[in-house]
Design a protein around this ligand. Structure first.
Ligand SMILES: Nc1ncnc2c1ncn2[C@@H]1O[C@H](COP(=O)(O)OP(=O)(O)OP(=O)(O)O)[C@@H](O)[C@H]1O
Ligand SMILES: [Mg+2]
Length: 270
């Protein structure tokens, strides 16, 4: 799968979601996006989080953003104007901005708001993208529901920590609800982040995850790496900031595994 393939009329859509804060959602959206773009997969990032981390992560200055998904969905402004190119080839972003702060609240008064993002993704303008990666806020609110209702796959980043695992139950409940209500095709995969392979506790929790969710667990894991923080401070995706660091290699393995999965699902017609 690369930018030369034109069979993808509707992009494969991946929501990165977990209500637990700080588990690596934004890092995963940004770094996987950069890895896919490196592989010539035309990718759109959507920043659904009013905290703007993904938007600043690609180096966009937040004070220059006036159009976001909120303006497109609520005021009907043009999607074309809201999507920005980044400094990186094959990587565009629908950024977050001030308008996103009240979007969650305003969506509730719209009938069938859950399907609004999916309809937008079916828009012709989106057919130039092969993959869309949506970064969700750390809440199971209307924004996360919007994303999961539009997604083919949910990636749930989780640390090998008790509280992160505990929080998985509410994620699974929401996924079941969304499957029943408006997106029966929704699949999910767990991704272990900030993993300390040599730490006994992490290794034990990882084994538990493997026992319980073997088929739904990415083989790739993301190790703890201080270069991640440094790349975020610099506003440059990790794989470009520090191409050979440990976590960059881990994200490249993850992206390969993900592309293989996406291709398989596409060939099955899912
Ligand atoms: N593999 C890693 N190694 C070291 N630090 C990491 C790694 N992944 C993420 N971090 C750091 O952990 C913090 C949280 O990461 P990130 O912002 O990606 O999580 P999040 O789930 O998007 O958070 P939030 O729920 O607040 O949106 C950040 O400071 C980030 O730099
Ligand atoms: Mg985040």
């Amino acid at each position: 799968m690369n930018a030369d393939n034109h069979w993808h009329l509707i992009p494969y859509t991946i929501a990165i979601a977990h209500q637990k804060g700080g588990v690596g959602k934004t890092t995963t959206a940004l770094t996987v996006g950069a890895c896919l773009a490196e592989q010539k997969v035309h990718t759109l990032l959507i920043d659904l989080d009013p905290s703007l981390n993904l938007t600043t992560g690609v180096g966009l200055p937040p004070n220059l953003i006036d159009e976001t998904l909120a303006e497109v969905l609520l005021a009907g402004t043009s999607l074309e104007n809201a999507i920005r190119s980044t400094s990186y080839e094959n990587l565009d972003i629908l950024p977050s901005g001030p308008g996103m702060v009240s979007l969650s609240r305003q969506l509730h008064s719209r009938p069938s708001y859950e399907t609004l993002l999916r309809k937008l993704i079916n828009h012709q303008r989106m057919s130039v993208y092969e993959v869309i990666l949506i970064d969700c806020p750390p809440m199971l609110d209307a924004l996360t529901i919007l994303a999961l209702s539009a997604a083919d796959l949910a990636i749930i980043p989780t640390q090998c920590e008790y509280y992160s695992l505990q929080a998985l139950e509410s994620m699974f409940r929401l996924i079941r609800l969304i499957r029943a209500k408006n997106n029966a095709q929704l699949r999910y995969r767990l991704l272990v982040t900030m993993f300390d392979r040599r730490g006994k506790f992490h290794a034990r929790v990882f084994e538990l995850l493997r026992e319980h969710y073997s088929n739904a667990l990415f083989k790739a894991t993301i190790g703890f790496d201080t270069r991640v923080r440094e790349s975020q401070m610099a506003g440059i995706p990790l794989t470009i900031f520090s191409p050979n660091c440990r976590a960059a290699e881990h994200y490249r393995s993850l992206s390969k595994e993900l592309l293989f999965y996406v291709q398989k699902k596409r060939s099955e017609g899912a």
